[in-house]
Design a protein around this ligand. Structure first.
Ligand SMILES: C[S@@+](CC[C@H](N)C(=O)[O-])C[C@H]1O[C@@H](n2cnc3c(N)ncnc32)[C@H](O)[C@@H]1O
Length: 231
């Protein structure tokens, strides 16, 4: 039995409900804050060098559009749901910036060969935590390593988290959602220690890691914001 959320179905339902209100959306404030922090730490040092950016789980396209408007470099948004990608192309497809903006349908668990070694920065706002299984997260990191340029590539991530490091019950870290009469795996919430270990064992060092309970997710969870460097 498939326990994964069908994102395409979810977007089709969402877009149908909001048909009349279709249009440009704003990116999340927390993501914009993280990008600002990253720019204050790194971008100024490399002024003048363009930075190609890959947005994973780009959804309806607003984050990729925002990043494109910063004129840092070419931006690619990738999402598994074709309806979300079509929406992104329609409403957030015309970059106001100097560099091209693209939206592709793709799965973060499966390598997209044309994107290999192309990116200085990968941005993930709430996609990584959709990967609940160890093997999915392993594939994600292996692909990340291949998308980033060999030296100096970076990752900005915001992902659902638990504050407590004592929680060792695996099943409690998987959040489930009921759709119809079935339950689906929805998110995997990790602790700071687990996240750090996961990054270190997958070839990244952590530059910045903060737990934000104020960006509270489903009442008892917060999020981690991370800036990581490819080793
Ligand atoms: C929680 S939503 C976040 C959307 C957007 N990043 C935002 O912050 O508004 C998770 C997004 O990741 C996408 N997604 C989930 N699993 C994916 C996968 N395996 N490959 C690519 N995209 C995926 C979903 O379609 C959805 O757009």
């Amino acid at each position: 039995m498939n326990l994964d959320i069908d994102y395409e179905k979810a977007y089709r339902e969402l877009l149908q409900q909001e048909q009349a209100g279709g249009g440009q959306l704003l990116p999340s404030n927390s993501l914009m804050e993280l990008v600002k922090r990253w720019r204050s730490l790194f971008a100024a040092k490399e002024k003048g060098c363009s930075k190609n950016i890959l947005v994973l789980g780009s959804g309806l396209g607003e984050m990729a559009y925002y990043l494109s408007s910063l004129n840092l470099g070419e931006v690619y948004g990738v999402d598994i749901a074709p309806s979300a990608v079509n929406y992104a192309r329609t409403y957030h497809g015309n970059s106001q910036g100097r560099f091209p903006l693209h939206y592709l349908q793709g799965d973060v668990r499966v390598l997209i060969p044309t994107l290999m070694h192309s990116f200085d920065l990968i941005v993930d706002h709430h996609c990584f935590h959709c990967l609940c299984l160890d093997q999915e997260r392993l594939a994600y990191f292996e692909n990340l390593q291949k998308y980033l340029r060999p030296k100096g590539g970076q990752l900005l991530l915001e992902s659902v988290a638990t504050a407590s490091d004592n929680d060792d019950g695996e099943s409690e870290k998987i959040l489930w959602r009921k759709r119809g009469d079935k339950f689906y795996r929805y998110r995997r919430a990790v602790t700071g220690v687990e996240l750090e270990q996961e990054f270190l064992s997958r070839g990244f060092t952590i530059e910045y890691l903060v737990y934000r309970q104020d960006l509270c997710f489903e009442s008892s969870f917060g999020v981690f914001q991370v800036i990581a460097n490819r080793c």
